[in-house]
Design a protein around this ligand. Sequence first.
Ligand SMILES: O=C1O[C@H](COP(=O)(O)O)[C@@H](O)[C@H](O)[C@H]1O
Length: 254
Amino acid sequence: MSRPEVVVHRDGDLLAAATAARLVTSLVDAQTARGSASLVLTGGRTGIAVLENLRDTPARDAVDWTRVDLYWGDERFLPSGHPDRNETQARAALLDHVPVPVSRVHVMEPSDGRFGDDPDAAADAYAEVLAAAVRPDDHGSVPSFDVCLLGVGEEGHVASIFPDSPAVREGGRSVVGVRDCPKPPPTRVSLTLPAIRAAREVWLMTTGTAKADAVALALTGTAETDLPAAGALGRHRTLWLLDPTAAAKAPSVA
Ligand SMILES: O=C1O[C@H](COP(=O)(O)O)[C@@H](O)[C@H](O)[C@H]1O
């Protein structure tokens, strides 16, 4: 696993724009090296702002969107089209504006989908989607995602893996149903930390004073059971993309 690197941008707007530019380069590089690119999307304010910036930059056309596989790190388990679903927000921010094939947009099931209101069945189905996408040179039961984008919660959650929860202790499954989340909505579906750690690169993006303690704790070796963001590492690269307020207490940049 890689050691975390920290990049601090002047403010949240610049962070979102710079991360969108970074994504263009990474997706183009992955397509050049392997023929297609795989990207794990996140919900949350910063994650959606990055997608909006990607939509609005002319450089987005450097990416061949017909050869990008899109996954989600987590989903709020709500009916299809609900405005709070991460999928709904990502479609409005980017996916409705680029020619990515429907077959490459790998959504997590909604609560009115094939499995009704059973998040565990939705999680198992998503694990099968991931397993089916594994290539011969991947290791394990999920693809080696080129980039996994993650937001970070004030208490250090990533995807929908919250501190001291069954999800953060999951060592076997790649996707889990999550109940009783402290942040609404209470029911979600999430990749687990082992699935996130299959990614070549993990980018954790966050802004604001409220995130400063979580960022500092993650970068000073706190146990992942207490602070899940500490366990979100990429195989080749782990990048923390911050604004100055979120970085204010981080050891290497304070
Ligand atoms: O609920 C969620 O929140 C986190 C963080 O969101 P933010 O607005 O504080 O950046 C996000 O990473 C996760 O995907 C989402 O479901």
